[in-house]
Design a protein around this ligand. Structure first.
Ligand code: PLP
Length: 393
């Protein structure tokens, strides 16, 4: 299988981890030798309830027996998509009431950027250095990392970059600006939280100049930071909220949410302002609905903060310089990228899954299922400390 994997399936790096999967359950992924791997990554924040949660699997199976794809997005009434968007509205501020479901996070970013241009009639977009919003042309245009996009230029024009957390840079948001797009907590950059008052100031400046404020919650959303959405930790509300990853409960999804007044602009001038064949797919929406229900009807969200404390208490080592992030979106910062690499690969050999961040090479990501138990956290942290001791000696 490995040689076919390398020969036929397109790769994104010359050195994929290439673990062959047999099955997955709860916080564990099992390889074909039936070796359990404790999952501290959750499919890169995409499996908030862990693997094969019975409520999610039941919802998917039920929907499979009823119907799969029947029509392009938005024409027919399909209960799973309606219920998912309604439940999202229930848990969001009133101004975020209408949701467009897409196939991926990057596509939701495209939709949000288009909506901002359509609503303001302006073209300038402001994004942050070291931001990651996805890999299609529009989303890549707002990625704040030149090295990774140079080869694909020209990208979309009229994009300006500011430094995340710089209060001075906020002045660059003017009446020419269609929108400002930020991650609520910067992911690829190294799990950088916004400074107190920063997002509030950005929102205030956007309001002042008539620009839209877009927050990308594709990674921090769905309970990972101790609130259902990361922005709910701060005193701000975006005009457009972009979500994805965990919203699908392990299935491919993206979504952007705004007021009805804004969202309805996509119906007119031009009509069909954003269309997709598979967005809002009934099986995926059923999986998302079961996931959102479980997360919001249980104590999963407040417990993420207790679990963060446990990680911070256990992960004390001379090689750990800092632990960044919030809730169960944590990054261990190590002295060098070589040490980060060694830690991730040695842990993989021992049966603990860690992973890299996109741009911060000295980091190892810890974004486990939100359902991970304290015992599993303790076991995984012990493995990390043992490996760090080995590297240190
Ligand atoms: C903050 C953020 N935005 C956008 C995306 C893109 O989402 P997708 O990979 O589903 O297209 C990601 C994915 O890692 C992300 O972390």
């Amino acid at each position: 299988m490995k040689s076919d994997f390398l020969k036929y399936q397109a790769q994104t790096t010359p050195h994929p981890l290439a673990m062959e999967i047999s099955h997955a359950k709860g916080s564990y992924i099992y390889d074909i030798y039936n070796k359990p791997h404790l999952d501290f990554v959750a499919g890169v924040s995409a499996c908030p309830l862990g693997h094969n949660h019975p409520k999610v699997i039941d919802a998917i199976k039920k929907q499979l027996d009823s119907y799969l794809h029947v029509m392009v997005y938005g024409e027919y009434i399909q209960k799973p998509a309606v219920e998912l968007t309604k439940l999202l509205a229930k848990h969001l501020p009133k101004s975020l009431e209408k949701t467009y479901l897409t196939n991926s996070g990057t596509e939701a970013i495209e939709g949000a950027l288009k909506l901002a241009k359509r609503a303001t009639g302006r073209s300038e977009i402001i994004a942050a250095n070291k931001a990651y919003h996805g890999n299609t042309m529009g989303a890549m245009s707002v990625m704040g990392y030149e090295e990774r996009k140079q080869a694909f230029r020209p990208l979309i024009p009229d994009i300006k970059f500011i430094n995340f957390n710089s209060f001075d840079d906020i002045e660059q948001i003017t009446s020419k600006t269609a929108c400002v797009i930020l991650e609520t907590i910067q992911g690829g950059a190294g799990f950088i939280e916004p400074k107190p008052g920063y997002l509030e100031h950005v929102q205030h400046q956007c309001k002042k100049v008539g620009a839209l404020f877009i927050l990308d919650e594709i990674q921090p959303g769905m309970g990972r930071t101790g609130k259902l959405f990361g922005f709910q930790n701060y005193n701000c509300v975006p005009d457009i909220l972009v979500t994805g990853k965990g919203l699908g409960g392990g299935m491919p999804i993206g979504a952007f949410t705004a007021s009805s007044k804004l969202m309805d602009l996509l119906q007119d001038q031009p009509k069909l302002g954003h269309i997709t064949t598979f967005g809002g797919h009934p099986v995926i929406a059923a999986s998302g609905l079961a996931t959102l229900k479980k997360i919001t009807e249980s104590q999963i969200i407040p417990k993420t903060l207790e679990k963060e404390l446990l990680f911070r208490k256990l992960l004390v080592h001379p090689l750990i310089k800092e632990i960044r992030g919030k809730g169960l979106m944590l990054a261990i910062i190590l002295p060098s990228s070589e040490i980060a690499n060694a830690l991730i690969l040695k842990c993989q050999d021992r049966g603990l899954i860690l992973f890299w961040l996109l741009f911060e090479t000295k980091a190892a990501r810890i974004t486990p299922p939100l359902t991970i138990s304290n015992e599993e956290i303790t076991k995984g942290c012990e493995m990390i400390l043992e490996v760090l001791d080995e590297i240190h000696s």
